[in-house]
Ligand binder design. Sequence first.
Ligand SMILES: NC(=O)C1=CN([C@@H]2O[C@H](COP(=O)(O)OP(=O)(O)OC[C@H]3O[C@@H](n4cnc5c(N)ncnc54)[C@H](O)[C@@H]3O)[C@@H](O)[C@H]2O)C=CC1
Ligand SMILES: CC(C)CC(=O)C(=O)O
Ligand SMILES: [Mg+2]
Length: 357
Amino acid sequence: MTKKTIAVLPGDGIGPEVTRAAIQVLESIGRLYDHEFVFREGLIGGSAIDEKGDPLPLETREISAESDGILLGAVGGPEWDHLPGDQRPEQGLLGIRKMLDLYANLRPVKAYEALIDASPLKTDIVAGVDFMIVRELTGGLYFGEPKKRETIDGEEQAIDTLAYKQSEIKRIAERAFEAARVREGKVLSVDKANVLESSRLWRETVTECAETYPDITLEHMLVDNAAMQLIAQPTAFDVIVTENTFGDILSDEASMLTGSLGLLPSASLGATGIGLYEPVHGSAPDIAGKNRANPLAAIASAAMMLKYGLQMEEEATRIENALEKVLEAGYRTADITESTQAVTTTEMTEAVVKALE
Ligand SMILES: NC(=O)C1=CN([C@@H]2O[C@H](COP(=O)(O)OP(=O)(O)OC[C@H]3O[C@@H](n4cnc5c(N)ncnc54)[C@H](O)[C@@H]3O)[C@@H](O)[C@H]2O)C=CC1
Ligand SMILES: CC(C)CC(=O)C(=O)O
Ligand SMILES: [Mg+2]
């Protein structure tokens, strides 16, 4: 029997609902493969602010640092919107990414065949969509200093900074080239090098790094064009590597190629060996507490934990196959159907568990 300790940080809004679904699926995998998963729960985000006055309490940091992998739901919501920027729920998430140096955020975008008509785009455009966004996660615009407000000439101004060291660009580029090696061998680096100095360094560094990967084809594209090309010809992409904010925005856009933001998983990896696995979506306050959230992104994130973090590839594939099976069988949460017959979060989860067995 293999024993693994998993830190569970449900967070806010639909976070707890979809995390519960992922745990149910992992428990089922545990039974099927004789693994013991020990789940240790921690507070993060708004709920942590409410209970501990801190979006990333010490206990959560300890539970996470002692784990074999972290499963996270989502953070944030209107209850905490009035707080200043450095005390908001989102700081808990940025904080844990930084604490564990989780600089590589892998966001696979794959259209399920059964959902080809769930995308608002024409089916011949989205059929066969299968690419990976490799988003830099601990630098760029979300982390650069200074980040502050100040009063200049009696007027308030706010500053965010987009800064990258060459070493930060190099290590994310290497992740992208490695990812491309086990895919179609194509990397597209997305930047705004016509305007941003940080993007010019990004482009130079990625180009230099490519010399070590002669088997991989590298192309560059400006981010505004990339946003358009994702819709125009999404099957042309293989691996996209990009800055933190660009990757954040492009991945939400890309989710609609698959039909819903509720379908996209992610893995955040660094040098420590402890990965963090979370859906791409946020806390969805508009549907929180209604048993309406699509749990598939969270369940697919648990599968990514098995694959990338716990070396349980067969088990991960079993989950991925179960997801395809339930969609082929017609199960649809409200975000992927116009019918009034949508299933609930719990019904979808039970269907996945059944499909596993
Ligand atoms: N990783 C995280 O924890 C993230 C947190 N946030 C936070 O979440 C809060 C809400 O942000 P929004 O901009 O509304 O983005 P969001 O991703 O929470 O929701 C955007 C839209 O997608 C829908 N949606 C999201 N996940 C879904 C799911 N699993 N099933 C069905 N529908 C789903 C929502 O109902 C909403 O209409 C904010 O406080 C924001 O800061 C936003 C993005 C990521
Ligand atoms: C706190 C935000 C950066 C979360 C988010 O939108 C994301 O990581 O996708
Ligand atoms: Mg986002």
